[in-house]
Design a protein around this ligand. Structure first.
Ligand SMILES: [Zn+2]
Length: 71
């Protein structure tokens, strides 16, 4: 069994364009490709189905986690 080490540099970033939340190693949004990212965001919505009403409201095009507010 391998224990995964907690990496303090792997902070979660949110895309200012589509609000997708991801670990900030890429420095680029994996959904829309934007580099306009923020580590100051609040609220988290998990989209499991992009055909759901919630995904439509948020504008989610990919399953994943989305921030409610991005500063
Ligand atoms: Zn994006």
């Amino acid at each position: 069994m391998v224990m995964s080490k907690a990496n303090p540099s792997s902070k979660q970033l949110a895309c200012r364009k589509c609000k997708f939340v991801f670990s900030g190693e890429e420095k680029k949004c994996p959904v829309c490709g934007s580099t306009d990212l923020s580590d100051e965001w609040a609220g988290l919505v998990i989209i499991l189905d992009t055909r759901s009403k919630l995904a439509e409201v948020i504008g989610a095009k990919k399953e994943g986690r989305y921030a409610i507010r991005v500063r």
